[in-house]
Design a protein around this ligand. Structure first.
Ligand code: URA
Length: 209
């Protein structure tokens, strides 16, 4: 599918299967989300530009590659974005973090914003939105709208599961934002949940149901 990369590495697929199982504990679910967060982050950042710097090894000087440009921003959608963010920060500990508080109105499935805080200078940074579930796509659309309003120009989306309906809604609004996901599932149910999915990611992460 154009504009979407499914990170179908065997480790990701295996861990995702464990997450989907309804009997997986809260503790394991959180741990697995963090681990998949790292693995998806590895792919999202695969093409980051490098520059060469002169360094000294204990034996001699050399020209060595380092990541060029300003620090990345991970924009976590509250609250389930936090679990995936943890794994991403393990891989890129110097990244800046934005928090975007959006919840889905259970009746309209539309988005309501309640918190938005980002680092400065967004226009010169790569911004990776972190939200495990791309379901209807409405949350992701609203997050990109706000981040673009705040100046972001180079945006990517990292998730765990996506529904085809959500992807097409999202791409209709933001065709410039590439999506990385651990799996593309079958469809949404009438309540906007992904099928077969894994249930409510926030509740499963925090044991709130
Ligand atoms: N959010 C979730 O946590 N799960 C879904 O299936 C859809 C949205």
């Amino acid at each position: 599918m154009k504009g979407v990369t499914v990170v179908d590495h065997p480790l990701v697929s295996h861990k995702l299967t464990l997450m989907r199982k309804k009997d997986t504990s809260t503790k394991s679910f959180r741990q697995l989300l963090k681990e998949i967060g790292s693995l998806v982050c590895y792919e999202v950042t695969r093409d980051l530009p490098l520059e060469t710097v002169e360094i000294e090894t204990p034996l001699q000087t050399m020209s060595a590659p380092t990541i060029a440009g300003k620090k990345l921003v991970f924009a976590a959608i509250l609250r389930s974005g936090m679990g995936m963010l943890e794994g991403m920060l393990e891989l890129v500990p110097a990244a800046r973090v934005a928090h975007v508080g959006l919840y889905r109105d259970p009746v309209t499935l539309g988005c309501v914003e309640y918190y938005f805080k980002t680092p400065g200078d967004l226009e010169n940074r790569l911004v990776v939105i972190v939200d495990p579930m791309l379901a209807t796509g409405n949350t992701a659309i609203a997050a990109v709208d706000r981040l673009k309003e705040a100046g972001a120009k180079d945006i990517r989306m990292a998730c765990l599961l996506a529904a085809p309906e959500g992807i097409s809604n999202f791409q209709g609004h933001h065709p410039d934002v590439h999506v990385w996901t651990a799996a593309l599932d079958e469809r949404l149910n009438d309540h906007g949940y992904i099928l077969p999915g894994l249930g409510d990611a926030g509740d499963r992460m925090y044991g709130t149901k």
